[in-house]
Ligand binder design. Structure first.
Ligand SMILES: [Cu+2]
Length: 396
């Protein structure tokens, strides 16, 4: 009894740590609500429906909005004063929350549109428009989709604008996130993290690095705070200003340089792991245009792909279990240095950081790295199970 109580308290502490403002909160399923009943932070959006046949539907809520001003670069040497952007968001943050289900779960997502524009939802990893898409939600309205999580892995979700009209700026302005489907045949326990890359094309950034507006010699004091919004010309030219990691460039990168330092983020959080422990990273590339050449500097990685071969008699689709019974992890035995993640795609990656020290998860397109696409991983014996940066913890 004492141990159960202790575990409950630890879970609640982890939950509270992860759910203050500013960064993505996790979408909690109704099943997890049972464990976290004492937390008032997330209970509001959690519901559970038990049907006559005892099946449970997990319910998630997303609030679409297009009026949030977010900080997409901290005040640093490259962008004195920092950079603000008029974002479009699910649940108020870039990215939206990680939606976490188990393979075989039936779940539903209700999207409330609290914004001024038409929004929508497009779930990757789900088959059939009636399950994967909500194409139009007018301001003030809400719509719900229901789906079954057949395929394990990590996938992107995003806004399609008004039935694809505006999909470009709705994604580029932040309406995206990841859906994680834990496999029935689970991989070994690992410390897990949620990371989403995304590009920014802003009208508020006129002269590249070392400035945030038009003044090349800008200082934090002299810079005029200009709130940017989506820049169609930069988007068409494929010239992003920044590459965000979980909603901000340089969010987890304190500096470049040892002898000659470039300050990137004096408040940077870093990812902590124990040397030798198995870690698992759910990495989404929201794009909307560029590829991510992902690697951990000074470590090797292993990608996890699942056997989703459904080359079976379509008649078997009536039988819930027959579709995926042969699903099992096909993790490649071999390790690689780098993996390409196309826009709109995602990868489940495992890594063991063999010795103490700093590692850097990054996009090896170095131009994009300079624009913010990196994060520091610190391997230290002082790491614990619940010391994730805010919003990067994955629920079970
Ligand atoms: Cu939208």
């Amino acid at each position: 009894m004492g141990i159960i109580f202790l575990i409950l308290i630890l879970q609640i502490i982890a939950l509270l740590v992860l759910n203050n403002d500013g960064s993505p909160i996790l979408a909690f399923s109704s099943q997890e609500m049972k464990s976290y009943l004492l937390s008032s932070v997330t209970v509001r959006s959690l519901q559970q429906t038990i049907h006559n046949d005892h099946s449970i539907i997990k319910k998630f809520t997303l609030i679409a909005d297009d009026r949030n001003i977010v900080k997409i670069s901290p005040d640093n040497t490259l962008h004195p004063g920092g950079i603000l952007y008029k974002a479009m968001t699910y649940n108020g943050t870039i990215p939206g929350p990680a939606i976490v289900v188990n393979q075989g779960d039936v779940f539903q997502i209700t999207v409330y549109n609290k914004g001024d524009l038409v929004h929508s939802l497009d779930l990757h990893g789900i088959e059939g428009p009636s399950h994967a898409l909500i194409s139009v939600i007018k301001p003030g309205e809400n719509r719900t989709l229901k789906a079954k999580a057949e395929y394990p892995g990590v996938f992107m979700y995003h806004c399609d604008g008004d039935n694809l009209n505006g999909i470009w700026d709705h994604i580029a302005s932040g309406m995206y996130g990841g859906i994680i489907v834990h496999p029935k045949n689970e991989r070994p326990i690992a410390k897990e993290f949620y990371i989403v890359f995304g590009e920014i094309y802003s009208t508020g950034i006129n002269s590249g690095l070392f400035t945030n507006t038009s003044n090349m010699s800008a200082t934090a004091a002299s810079v005029k705070k200009e709130i940017g919004s989506f820049d169609m010309n930069k988007f068409l030219a494929n010239k992003p200003d920044l590459i965000l990691t979980n909603g901000m460039a340089y969010k987890y990168m304190p500096f470049f340089g040892t002898i000659s330092k470039i300050l990137l983020n004096k408040n940077a959080e870093v990812f902590k792991v124990k040397p030798g422990e198995l870690t698992r990273w759910y990495i989404v590339n929201a794009g909307p245009r560029g590829y991510v050449s992902f690697n951990f500097a000074s470590d090797m990685i292993r990608t996890v792909h699942y056997n989703t071969n459904t080359d079976i008699n379509p008649d078997n689709y009536a039988d819930n279990n027959s579709i995926i019974t042969n699903a099992h992890p096909l993790s490649s035995i071999s390790k690689v240095y780098e993996v390409t993640i196309p826009p709109g795609s995602a990868e489940e990656i495992e890594a063991i950081f063999p010795e103490q020290g700093s590692y850097v998860g990054n996009d090896h397109d170095i131009g994009r790295f300079l624009q913010g696409a990196g994060f520091v991983v610190l391997a230290t014996d002082n790491s614990t199970s619940y010391d994730h940066p805010q919003g990067t913890w994955i629920s079970r």
